[in-house]
Design a protein around this ligand. Structure first.
Ligand code: HEM
Length: 124
């Protein structure tokens, strides 16, 4: 398995643990204000990162490129800032809205970079 796949799976499982902890906290407290953060931690973190890792494992040649590495850091950095900021925003910190907005755009940039990785693999 390429190193970038392992990095993606290790990061993804950390997000799943964090997402489940937020889900358990909501269930125990009967307070569902953070449901949007819970869903994004699980879906942008665990699900999407696992898919990125699996894609690289299936296309090991594309996994060794500089674009793949930069994409990992852009996407992961964006999700790492966006999800805690979203959690805090939804639980009563409206001042964090600009942080959520900017980090969401960074996450989107990471997704567009992954689109380039996919299309390059198809034409290789
Ligand atoms: C032990 C693990 C989990 C617990 C305890 C948990 C708990 C919760 C709770 C309490 C809610 C709020 C329900 C409500 O608003 O009525 C919720 C919503 C949600 N969860 Fe989880 N969850 C878990 C795992 C996951 C995973 C693995 C995913 C995705 C891969 C996920 C995705 C979602 C989504 C998308 C929603 C929003 C659903 C909606 O608003 O209709 N959850 N979860």
């Amino acid at each position: 398995m390429p190193n970038i796949s392992k990095m993606y799976f290790m990061t993804a499982i950390c997000f799943l643990i964090a997402g489940i902890l937020v889900g358990l906290k909501m269930s125990i407290a009967h307070d569902y204000a953070a449901v949007g953060a819970h869903a994004h931690i699980n879906l942008l973190g665990w699900v999407t990162m696992s898919i990125f890792g699996a894609f690289h494992a299936l296309n090991p040649r594309g996994a060794e490129t500089r674009l793949a590495k930069v994409q990992y850091y852009v996407y992961t950095g964006g999700v790492l800032v966006m999800t805690p900021a979203l959690y805090l925003l939804l639980t009563g910190n409206p001042s964090l809205e600009p942080v959520v907005a900017v980090s969401s755009l960074i996450v989107f940039a990471g997704v567009l970079m992954f689109a380039a990785i996919i299309f390059r693999a198809r034409t290789a």
